[in-house]
Ligand binder design. Structure first.
Ligand code: TYD
Length: 134
């Protein structure tokens, strides 16, 4: 299941510095970021192999996660929060604001064959209501 972690953050009189180091098995092979995504749902897939780390470095967003047995909604509202997603975790990212920038790191290069577009049907307690949950 997905794991929410708090990244090491060094605070000084000159501000904050947050570090993402040695957290993805196999290292980081790809970084992309999602922005300009107000009022839409991104994601809606799981993966065959790749592990992802999601960090909202500006603004905020929510992430609905379903691993086929359990579902959770994570609120990424700080650049110190980082959500590690296993390949089997179905994810939906939503509730972005205008300044949201969701940084996504992957341990694999981009491969359309790594995507599974089929949602789990076993547990969907939150899924249809995700927009009204805070
Ligand atoms: P997608 O992963 O479906 O985005 P999201 O899940 O956030 O809605 O990707 C959107 C488009 O971008 C799709 O055409 C594939 C392309 N894409 C790449 O070319 N390289 C990448 O690393 C990623 C993540 C997507």
């Amino acid at each position: 299941m997905a794991k929410l972690i708090y990244l090491q953050t060094i605070q000084s009189s000159s501000g904050k510095l947050t570090v993402f180091e040695n957290l993805l098995m196999g290292g980081i092979r790809r970084v992309f970021y999602i922005y300009d995504s107000v009022n839409v749902i991104r994601g809606r897939h799981r993966h065959r192999d790749s592990i992802h780390a999601l960090c909202c470095v500006a603004g905020k967003c929510k992430v609905y996660v379903n691993n086929g047995e359990k579902e959770e909604i994570y609120y990424l509202d700080s650049p110190e929060k980082c959500l590690i997603l296993e390949p089997h975790d179905w994810r939906e990212m939503y509730d972005f604001d205008k300044k949201s920038i969701l940084l996504c790191m992957s341990n694999q290069f981009y491969d359309p064959e790594d995507y599974i577009e089929e949602p789990y049907t076993s547990t969907q307690k939150f899924r249809d209501y995700s927009f009204v949950l805070d």
